[in-house]
Write a protein that binds this ligand. Structure first.
Ligand SMILES: [Zn+2]
Length: 115
């Protein structure tokens, strides 16, 4: 946390010299806080989602239906159910079967660099 000094005790003429700077700092501070909060919210949504029963069940179903094979390279190791359109950007598609595919770790990594 950034600490904003309290200028209220300073003489009026000095206060006026510093006030614009303090106000700008406060604004930046607020924006930073908002960004941090936004990030935290996203992270906790993702964590809750991955721990949800709905996701765990769907994940199993997808793995079973696609016979535990990476759709890109056919590998059967280090598999993960991947969101074709990322769940961070398309929350409403997070539990849509047609938005899911099985990828191995390597292909998943290659794909994630494209987004
Ligand atoms: Zn693969």
């Amino acid at each position: 946390m950034i600490r904003i000094p309290d200028f209220s005790e300073l003489p009026e003429n000095i206060k006026q010299m510093f006030m614009p700077v303090v106000l700008i700092n406060k604004e930046c501070h607020q924006k930073n806080n908002d960004k941090i909060l936004e990030k935290k919210k996203k992270r906790s949504w993702s964590r809750n989602f991955l721990n949800s029963k709905a996701w765990k069940l769907l994940r199993k179903e997808i793995m079973c239906e696609h016979k535990n094979i990476c759709v890109y390279c056919g590998s059967t190791e280090q598999l993960n159910v991947d969101h074709i359109l990322p769940k961070s950007k398309f929350k409403e598609l997070a539990l849509l079967k047609s938005n899911l595919q099985i990828l191995c770790w390597t292909c998943n990594k290659k794909k994630s660099t494209k987004w």
